[in-house]
Design a protein around this ligand. Structure first.
Ligand code: SDX
Length: 392
């Protein structure tokens, strides 16, 4: 008999969390990072600068940005023993499974930055995670395709370094196309942070217990992998490929509207946006630009455009306020760059690491923060006495 149910949720890791990092207005389709609109950052900034902004709250001066970028660059290598860690996985392991394992193992390698009560260790761990995540992600790809790991190069940009570690092979240097580097950097910016989404809340909740930052980010990666969250970019491109032709779109729209069918349009809908996801707007435009600049045609982009057009005029989607989200167009660009769909969520995790780290630092630095302990509405059996087996 619960009667009127009220409780003080305490640190519920979502509803009651305060933060200065990212603001979303879901009804208006507004996303701000430290007050700056996402479309302005995506079009005018770069991922290192946005990373500095998320971590420090202000855009850096030229010297601040150079110092931050150089510092990150000088931590991109991973412990050589960590490379052995990959060899325990099967080659056909999903790269996200590898990411969960390898990032979680970082706390076994970098003991000198796991004491969260020490601000200096927190800073070292934060920079290590941001610096090493591209190397770890590229190694996950290389391992999955049976190619040798490629070491980072300090003369390359953060994003260029990642592309080189991913696509370069000993027999042939990878030539970094500025169009590809710019598109990749823009995709990283668009995925960097997004308020208290499921994976960020997971990182905050894990961090609230005092767990080390490497373990917390590994927890965030695990949560992001779900198809309802970051796994949707892989699922969205697979869905578009399954549809294959604009003639088959009505069949999938009908399935998405059928309550008895578990199928949902991947890359559509959002827990917060009840308007167009501003990131999807930027990505939708970028998809056409990048494919044109690369001289590539992808019929899947035509399917995506037509699907969006039909869905946005369908009464069901209008009533439910369902719009394309960040995952709807990203896969078209990533595929054109050369990534397999299994790497899409790894790229999301790579970019989101700076957001997770910024949010984790904000929480840990708050002297008022307590361990997260969401409560529940109990709907089970009322108290009753044990019945011995002989009487059952
Ligand atoms: C990300 O939180 C974040 O910020 C996440 C993220 C980030 O940057 O961290 O933005 C990244 O995770 C984006 C979302 C990626 N996921 C997908 O694209 C998967 C497909 N989308 C859905 O599974 C869904 O839209 C969710 C999970 C994203 C939200 O689902 P909800 O909570 O059910 O959304 P809702 O309450 O707004 O749904 C309203 C209605 C529901 O129907 P009714 O119960 O009212 O009858 O719309 C339906 C939903 O069933 N609906 C869909 C749909 N999404 C919602 N119907 C068909 N296709 C869809 N995609």
């Amino acid at each position: 008999n619960t009667g009127a149910f009220t409780y003080d949720p305490g640190f519920t890791s979502t509803a009651s969390c305060e933060s200065k990092i990212t603001f979303i207005d879901g009804d208006q389709g507004v996303l701000l990072h430290r007050g700056y609109p996402i479309d302005q950052l995506a079009e005018q900034s770069n991922f290192m600068e946005v990373s500095y902004l998320l971590l420090n709250g202000e855009l850096p001066s030229k010297s601040e940005l150079e110092q931050f970028s150089n510092h990150i660059t000088r931590h991109t290598m991973v412990h050589e023993q960590l490379a052995q860690f990959y060899r325990g996985f099967r080659r056909d392991a999903h790269p996200m499974a590898v990411m969960c394992g390898v990032v979680g193992a970082l706390s076994a390698f970098y003991h000198d930055s796991t004491d969260i009560s020490d601000p200096h260790q927190r800073l070292v761990a934060s920079h290590r995670l941001i610096a090493k995540i591209p190397t770890i992600a590229a190694m996950a790809y290389k391992y999955s395709v049976g190619q040798p790991f490629v070491y980072p190069k300090n003369n390359l940009s953060y994003t260029g370094n990642f592309l080189n570690m991913t696509f370069s092979v000993p027999a042939e240097e990878y030539e970094i196309d500025p169009v590809v580097e710019a598109a990749m950097d823009k995709i990283f910016i668009l995925h960097a942070d997004h308020e208290q989404n499921a994976s960020t809340s997971t990182v905050r909740l894990a961090g609230s217990s005092g767990a080390n930052p490497f373990a917390c980010i590994a927890a965030g990666i695990a949560c992001l992998w779900g198809p309802a969250h970051g796994g949707a970019n892989e699922a969205a491109l697979n869905m578009l490929r399954e549809i294959g032709h604009i003639d088959r779109i009505p069949e999938y729209i009908a399935r998405a509207k059928n309550k008895d069918d578990p199928f949902r349009l991947m890359g559509f809908g959002h827990r917060v946006y009840k308007n167009y996801d501003p990131r999807a707007k930027v990505l939708g435009k970028a998809a056409t630009e990048v494919l044109n600049k690369l001289g590539k045609q992808d019929p899947i982009l035509d399917v995506a455009r037509k699907l969006e057009e039909i869905a946005l005029t369908d009464p069901y989607f209008i009533e439910k306020k369902l719009y394309p989200n960040v995952d709807f167009y990203s896969g078209v660009i990533l595929s054109a760059i050369g990534f397999p769909t299994t790497m899409f969520t790894v790229l999301f995790a790579l970019a989101r690491t700076v957001g997770w780290v910024a949010q984790w630092n904000e929480m840990i630095a708050d002297p008022e923060q307590k361990i997260g302990r969401p409560r529940q509405l109990y709907t089970g059996a009322a108290q009753r006495d044990y019945v011995p087996l002989a009487q059952r």
